[in-house]
Ligand binder design. Structure first.
Ligand code: NAD
Length: 424
């Protein structure tokens, strides 16, 4: 477990501490002076909100929520909203920080933001979820807007929730504002290709990594932890490209087949039953066994800190593609370096989602919509170019891919601050 020394006692490091540690490594490698570090290391603005919601029983329950803008030097804040029981302000800070560097790595004109509510949406009725989403929108209203801060979906938030956010914001304004949020349903100004975009980005960067390392994608063994939006579609794209997806998991179980799972059938099974567990013909494995399977590509697509100093030594992948945000801790990074495991860092690997969110916002603001091929080919261009940019730094500076990506992202944000005159 990742730990920090607190007066002799060891305590787990939170996601924000991890983000700060990685920031310092990149800032040192870039030789950034103290004044710029002070400007870009910490969030610009943090809002904590109380969200009273009337439950179906008539009782009012209070939920805790946040919206954080980490940095807006390169453009309006952009970042998802997470509804999850483990949401904390530190987690939202970390996710907002990563969004700043991520938007800069793929060079789209946004800063970083993130929001969250500490709630288990699976325990709410649809009506309760709608009331929560609308009340949260009103609570963060002073911060959001198409020119200021544009939310999107994240873990356990959906296109329907984005539609409620758009509707609530528009009611307050008195006219429709589609550009206030991305990841909306297509009928409300959503972009074709947005739903698959994160996974497509994971696929493009994994394909580029395989090319760079001389690993054929055809027949490559792939393991996916977390079979949600990002993980299940990434598995499907790998399967369609001829890779062999040998194991996948969700919160309720892990399944394995040495010859490769029939991924379209696993998707259909999960849609029917709500889980991959119990998929006919597959072997059951434990979460630890899943992470230690022999494979060419391991895709952590669940939550933060799933690969730590404890389990990283057991990882036997050639490539780890971070579909999730922050799944690999800095200690695990060091173990991967020692073991020669090639990491595609989150701020590069999963940036396809925010890139197509950017396309959605551009389409909404221009009232002109693109076809799906247009979206996908523009995404492919951005993701392969961004991979090349990060890989170049990795080779030229002889640093690992995480540090290379952070150097690219943080360097671009520092440059933006410098040319704007935001620091001496
Ligand atoms: P999701 O809710 O659709 O899926 C998450 C999946 O992970 C679920 O299937 C859940 O059962 C599973 N899971 C949770 N804990 C697990 C565990 N301990 N072991 C195995 N499985 C577990 O969420 P998502 O949108 O796919 O997001 C997943 C990750 O990808 C998050 O870190 C998110 O921040 C990141 N991400 C998502 C997007 C996007 O556009 N969806 C974009 C960028 C980054």
């Amino acid at each position: 477990m990742l730990t920090t020394k607190l007066s002799g006692v060891t305590a787990p490091k939170n996601a924000h501490e991890v983000a700060l540690e990685n920031f310092d490594l990149a800032a040192d490698a870039l030789n950034l002076d103290e004044s710029i570090r002070a400007m870009i290391k910490y969030p610009e603005r943090e809002l904590a909100v109380s969200i009273p919601v009337r439950m179906d029983s008539g009782k009012i329950v209070r939920f805790q929520g946040y919206r954080i803008q980490h940095n807006t030097a390169r453009g309006p804040a952009k970042g998802g909203i997470r509804f999850h029981p483990n949401v904390t302000i530190e987690e939202v800070r970390a996710l907002a920080t990563w969004m700043t560097w991520k938007c800069a790595v793929v060079n789209i004109p946004y800063g970083g933001g993130k929001g969250g509510v500490t709630v288990n949406p699976k325990e709410l009725s649809l009506n309760e979820l709608e009331r929560l989403s609308r009340r949260y929108t009103v609570a963060i209203l002073p911060l959001i807007g198409p020119e200021k801060d544009i939310p999107a979906p994240d873990v356990y938030t959906t296109p329907q929730i984005m539609a409620w956010i758009m509707d609530t914001f528009s009611m307050m304004k008195g006219y429709p504002v589609t550009g206030v949020v991305t990841g909306k349903p297509i009928s409300l100004g959503g972009s074709l290709g947005r739903n698959e975009a994160t996974a497509r980005g994971v696929f493009y960067t994994t394909r580029s990594s395989c090319e760079a390392l001389g690993i054929p994608l055809q027949g490559a063994r792939v393991v996916v932890q977390g079979f949600g939006n990002a993980g299940s579609i990434a598995a499907l794209l790998m399967h369609e490209a001829g890779a062999k997806v040998v194991a996948v998991s969700d919160t309720r179980g892990c399944i394995f087949h040495p010859k490769g799972l029939d991924i379209p059938a696993v998707v259909a099974f999960k849609n029917r039953t709500g889980t991959v567990a119990g998929f006919p013909g597959a072997e059951k494995v434990t979460p630890d066994e899943l992470l230690s399977l022999d494979c060419e590509v391991l895709i952590p697509a669940a939550l933060e800190n799933s690969i730590t100093a404890d389990n990283a030594p057991n990882v036997h992948a050639r490539i780890v593609a971070e579909a999730a945000n922050g799944p690999v801790t800095p200690e695990a990074d060091r173990i991967f370096d020692e073991h020669g495991i090639f990491l595609i860092p989150d701020i590069l690997c999963n940036a396809g989602g925010v890139t197509v969110s950017y396309f959605e916002w551009v389409q909404d603001e221009n009232h002109l919509f693109w076809d799906e091929n247009d979206v996908n080919s523009r995404l492919e261009k951005i993701m392969t170019r961004s991979f090349r940019d990060v890989f170049q730094i990795h080779q030229d500076r002889k640093v690992n891919m995480r540090l290379a990506a952070n150097m690219l992202g943080i360097g671009r944000v520092a440059d933006a601050c410098r040319v704007r005159g935001l620091y001496p």
